[in-house]
Design a protein around this ligand. Sequence first.
Ligand SMILES: Nc1ncnc2c1ncn2[C@@H]1O[C@H](COP(=O)(O)OP(=O)(O)OP(=O)(O)O)[C@@H](O)[C@H]1O
Ligand SMILES: [Mg+2]
Length: 254
Amino acid sequence: MTESAPSALTSAVSVRDLTFSFASGDPILNNLSLDVERGERVALLGPNGAGKTTLSLHLNGIHEIQAGSVSIGDLHVNEDNLAEVRRRVGMVFQDANDQLFMPTVREDVEFGPANLGLSPAERTERANEALEAVEATHLADRAPHHLSGGEKRRVAVATVLSMHPEMLVLDEPTSGLDPAGRRELADLLVTLHLTQLIITHDLPFALEICPRSVIISNGSVVADGKTADILADTDLLAAHRLELPFGFDARRAQ
Ligand SMILES: Nc1ncnc2c1ncn2[C@@H]1O[C@H](COP(=O)(O)OP(=O)(O)OP(=O)(O)O)[C@@H](O)[C@H]1O
Ligand SMILES: [Mg+2]
């Protein structure tokens, strides 16, 4: 008997010719196509207003698809499968306050598993496991709004890990973090064996943890390659309002 093996060939994310406009406006995404393989950690770079967040909000169905298609693994994103798409794609928003709204950290981390209909014992197990993964077990009984920015970010990651996602999408995860918080986040992300799409203006962070980078500009992919090559291309960076910190040498920093 022969068996086909389509799953081995399926991308984690496949975006095809995605075009999107807000009401009465020009297109924000223009025929955008992007594939991310399973297990890849990819940085999504680009100037303010390029469409990065808008793209990310298509990956778990927050924005309805107007033209083109988005697939998460073997699943086409559409309104019939939003619950499964949202379980597969863990979105970590730029502002952790958008993600944390329960009285305690534990309740926030159990919120997703509760929505999945898991039993109280299973929710507790999921929360314990997720909090341990982000080294936030000691924060379980704290009020989320009293946490520091770095602590909030870790807990926000735990709230999506507890859903056992297949991939993480993180929108500007280093914004507002001090150098130690940024370091801890990088250490955490590289230990998570999940597909990751990391939207960031922090180019050294992209270089450190993402072998591949994609630049989005005016709603289209304008560059896609090794992060080191992209960051060494000064003309490309300048054309899309991207700047390395003063004195930073992308080739030497690897
Ligand atoms: N809800 C909305 N209604 C109308 N226009 C919007 C809305 N959200 C975003 N936009 C516009 O869409 C464009 C792309 O925004 P988006 O947030 O995707 O950019 P971005 O690449 O994430 O930028 P940044 O780096 O500043 O976060 C911008 O011009 C923005 O003003
Ligand atoms: Mg954005």
